[in-house]
Design a binder for this molecule. Sequence first.
Ligand code: BMA
Length: 327
Amino acid sequence: MAGHQDDPFYGIGWAYEDGRSDVLQSVGDYPAVMGFELGGIEMGDEKNLDSVPFTRIHDELLAHVKRGGIVTVSWHPRNPVTTIEGGGRAGQEYPSGSAWDVTDSTAVKSILPGGPKAMMFQTWMKRLADFIESLKTDDGTPVPIIFRPWHENNVSWFWWGQNLCSDEEFKGLWNLLQDYMNERGFDNLLWAYSPNLDGGWTLERFMKRYPGNDRVALMGIDAYQWGTEEGFVRALTADFDFLSQFARDNGKLIALTECGLQNMPDSSWYSRVLKPIMDQYPISYFLLWRNAGEDEFFGPVPARPCADDFKKLYEAENVLFLKDIVN
Ligand code: BMA
């Protein structure tokens, strides 16, 4: 299934127009999967960290479910130690206090039981859970959500990253949130564990932070081509070799939970680089990151060469868009 982050909110040259989507305008159908981001919900903010109103996220997420689509939710909560109250709203400047603030390596520890921020984090989890609880169909049925917290934990650019906490602290963090959500009674969350592109996994190292078979339903990779094409292909192939085998052995789904080539300098990238890798593995979906603006986009841009290339994925039998998954 083809996916796109923040698909219904904005694209290149437009924002908040009902029904509009860069994927829709590029190929004539919505993506099967839409990704939504809840960073900021923990602060009680009205808008997420990318300035999308939570009321809008609520409505568009449910609209996609209603049209038969699949939804996934990520969360970039602020740094519990370094954020000030009100965070960005109170004028704290990025990256200070954000998910990307890695100046303090006690953040994870601080929210575990007995830690100085443990009580505050209970409030953060409550706000997150209250929002997720509001995601129900008209008749009150909770909608299925692929929930993907604490992603890219094998690198060190978030406060929950590799060098920012111990293996035990990371597992404690995962369990803290999952146990809280379970106690709140959610049975509609499909928990996704998605490290960043690694390129050299061993089972031993992977297992150090893997939350466990009883805690994970889907395993993903967040993979962007930041460097050379060759390096990207090599690393992603190595990761999927590893992950697809692990998933087979452990009865899990796999996905490309985030991906892209920023600003599409190579307009044949989707069909020439990405698809041949995906074709080799039984992945359930890929999620291109958001079309935030001319400076940061990963999805197709209507009427540009990359949209023509993206059409090749649309026309392929093994890539599904919304109409393909709706009965
Ligand atoms: C990142 C970038 C940021 C954004 C964040 C959360 O990869 O797109 O601009 O704030 O994701 O959506």
